[in-house]
Write a protein that binds this ligand. Structure first.
Ligand SMILES: [Zn+2]
Length: 421
């Protein structure tokens, strides 16, 4: 039994972020929140205090584990960056011992940044992916993860044989999907329509349906890629049409980026119930473009946020959320004529970082919120003290823009303290 004290931040909806001061949050033996009340506690095992805040853990819905130690390498276009930085980085994962070491660093990094759930692409090697899952299990981390799939248009060192990769991915999914009391999930992870044969994409779609796993990939990320896709698939209009054709557009699918989706495509994604993962820091870092968050949300698409490491340099999810707001502001003020649409508020940012992302992942009523019955994925942080003196409606905003990873004192996943130290 563990008791936390502090001001509780509870994103209820995109428009309602509750802030409850002087709260006691009790975690039960089953790792779930057993009590949330303003009652005074005489419990012994207490963390937090008057000046501490308790937040739901952050959910990073798109990033790449093998690229953890390749963040912030600027100055290359998407194609050259893959060739010179990313593919060589992923090739290192042929060595499973190395893979395990980097997975440990990855988990430490995630926890230090308050991320309690990561949806990540793995390397193209089955043994390395298996080791990563074993690290997640041992460290108590919550993850949706999968071996990246690519059987063409990538260097020999990381190119898979389609049949072998399908078989390996199926075995990994059978072993890890739903493991650790549901804390671990498998995601079939085709890299892109350029790097995957039709056979590989169809198999990934079929297996993810059959085994009820996730399916994750990238969509409409850059103009150069869109052109390459048109050259490779002259009969198809775009990558979204290819995904639909391969059976990849489902409610268990997560599409990263989506910078260049048209209005019709956004409607198609919404109809399929597919989640779009907005990666605003990566989209700007790689000079891909600015995704229109407001247009996606108003099309009815479920949107989560992703650091897209290492295309995005920053693992701290509140900064990704800030960039989502800033990108929406830039799109608004630079439109001709200037648009009048409502940019996402800090309340919506908190929601997208936590409860909204949980909904997008089909984990509604399990994580993302601090309420009785939810699995206790939460952070105890020590923000700057003046924030508590602001009018309540300003507190969520000030906290979003000023919180830093060094203010995180405790990280709990499924009720177990996992860090930061
Ligand atoms: Zn990506």
């Amino acid at each position: 039994m563990q008791t936390l004290l502090g001001t509780v931040l509870r994103p209820q909806s995109p428009t309602d972020c509750q802030i409850l001061s002087g709260m006691t949050l009790r975690i039960g033996k089953d790792g779930r929140i057993a009590e949330l009340s303003s009652a005074h506690t005489a419990a012994k095992d207490v963390v937090g205090g008057q000046d501490r805040w308790i937040l739901p853990g952050f959910i990073d819905a798109h990033l790449h584990l093998p690229q953890w130690d390749r963040r912030g390498i600027d100055g290359l276009n998407l194609h050259d960056w893959h060739k010179r930085v990313i593919y060589p980085a992923e090739a290192r994962f042929r060595d499973a011992d190395f893979a395990e070491k980097l997975a440990e660093q990855f988990v430490s990094g995630m926890i230090a940044n308050g991320t309690t759930t990561a949806v990540s692409f793995g390397s193209p090697f089955a043994a390395a992916t298996d080791r990563a899952f074993a690290v997640f299990a041992r460290r108590g981390f919550r993850a949706v993860h999968g071996m990246v799939l690519n059987d063409q248009q990538v260097p020999d060192e990381i190119r898979q044989d389609a049949d072998k990769a399908i078989d390996e991915a199926r075995q990994l999914a059978a072993h890890w999907h739903g493991a650790e009391g549901g804390r671990l999930s498998y995601a079939f992870s085709p890299r892109s329509p350029i790097c995957c044969s039709e056979k590989l994409m169809r198999a990934a779609a079929a297996l993810s349906q059959m085994l009820r796993c996730y399916l994750q990939t990238n969509v409409a990320e850059s103009l150069a890629e869109e052109t390459a896709i048109r050259d490779a698939f002259p009969e198809s209009v775009d990558d979204l049409e290819i995904y639909a054709e391969m059976g990849m557009l489902t409610s268990r699918t997560l599409l990263g980026h989506g910078v260049f989706l048209t209005r019709q495509q956004r409607d198609q994604v919404a109809r399929a119930g597919t989640t779009l993962v907005h990666c605003p820091t990566a989209n700007l870092f790689m000079e891909s473009g600015m995704m229109d968050y407001v247009a996606h949300r108003s099309a009815g698409i479920r949107v989560a946020l992703g650091s897209s490491i290492a295309a995005g340099p920053d693992p701290f999810m509140p900064r990704v959320a800030i960039e989502a707001i800033q990108t929406a502001k830039a799109l608004k003020v630079h439109a001709i004529p200037r648009r009048s649409y409502p940019v996402p508020t800090p309340a919506e940012a908190w929601w997208a970082l936590t409860r909204g992302a949980a909904e997008a992942l089909g984990m509604t009523n399990r994580i993302g919120n601090l309420d009785v019955g939810f699995e206790a994925d939460c952070l105890v942080v020590k923000p700057e003290p003046w924030i508590a003196q602001l009018p309540p409606q300003q507190q969520a905003s000030a906290l979003l823009y000023t919180l830093g990873p060094d203010q995180i004192e405790h990280v709990f996943i499924a009720g177990k303290r996992v860090g930061p130290q």
